[in-house]
Design a protein around this ligand. Structure first.
Ligand SMILES: N[C@@H](CCC(=O)N[C@@H](CS)C(=O)NCC(=O)O)C(=O)O
Length: 276
């Protein structure tokens, strides 16, 4: 999930994903011969960054992680990738800037076709599902956790891997969650709609799995795009009954390491999470 939300204090409430990366660390993946150098600009908890990491590692491409500082990343990314491009992930492929998870996966497929993320027989269906994952599903990995933490700000401690927050920590979490609501355009009405619409999205992932577009023995680009968002949703206890045991959960757990953190069930107002 991600976002670094502008808040009153520059200090972040929690530090997470120290195990994922530290600034400018070469990955351990062995390098495909003749590949260009690859530098990934990322923020650690970002789920589209996890999509790109999974793709790089699945293809066995060596790369360097350049972990940006939250709050400074927008200007840094814009300086590298061009006007209006202010989000992570981006990669530098040699000197060539490629911005955004969908464009990156497509470009990685060109430089390293095997193993394919867009298998020939289902390539157009995979692209369609990947775009759905990027445009319609990915934002839920931001709005649903931050939506929950407005009602349960103390859960920002367990969500961020910091454990229980002390009262000043909860004050910070309250401010942070408010900033996140503003930043992501979350309102109670929108959150309730997001929650009401989630079962249909999980059903759609079931249908994609039934059609062999996701959930196979090897990941497609759609698995990596959709799975990273599901991974974040699995941290929200209230959402587990909608996802557990479904292809969506299997996809997320198959292609990604655990996403630490938990928002205990009971966060959203009663009745907002649809009953199955
Ligand atoms: N759909 C884009 C979304 C990128 C995106 O929104 N990234 C978030 C991190 S998950 C970001 O950089 N947020 C920082 C910000 O908006 O300031 C992609 O997949 O590349």
């Amino acid at each position: 999930m991600l976002t670094v939300v502008p808040v009153a204090s520059a200090e972040r409430p929690v530090q997470r994903y120290d195990h994922v990366a530290s600034a400018s660390v070469p990955s351990k993946v062995s390098r495909v011969s003749d590949q260009p150098t690859i530098v990934l600009h990322m923020l650690p908890p970002s789920h589209p960054c996890l999509t790109v990491i999974a793709a790089l590692e699945h293809k066995g491409l060596a790369y360097e992680r350049n972990v940006l500082v939250g709050g400074e990343h927008n200007e840094q990314i814009e300086a590298i990738y061009g006007a209006g491009k202010r989000t992570v992930p981006g990669i530098l492929l040699g000197d060539e800037p490629v911005h955004g998870s969908v464009a990156i996966l497509e470009r990685l497929e060109q430089i390293a076709p095997d193993p394919p993320l867009y298998p020939d027989l289902i390539a157009s269906e995979v692209r369609e599902a990947e775009l759905w994952g990027d445009r319609e599903f990915q934002d839920l990995g931001r709005r649903l956790p931050f939506g929950a933490m407005h009602f349960r700000p103390e859960a920002m401690g367990s969500f961020g891997g910091a454990g229980a927050l002390d009262p000043p920590g909860v004050d910070f979490a309250i401010t942070y969650a408010r900033g996140a609501w503003r930043y992501h355009g979350i309102t109670a009405e929108r959150l309730a709609e997001d929650l009401a619409g989630l079962p249909a999205k999980i059903d759609y992932i079931d249908a994609l799995a039934g059609a062999g577009i996701v959930g196979g023995e090897q990941p497609t680009a759609a698995d990596l795009q959709i799975g990273a968002t599901v991974l974040v949703l699995l941290t929200v206890g209230d959402l587990l009954p909608l996802i557990e045991g479904r292809p969506a959960e299997r996809i997320a757990r198959s292609w990604f390491p655990d996403y630490p953190g938990a928002i205990p069930a009971g966060a959203y107002p009663a009745g907002w999470v649809p009953a199955l």
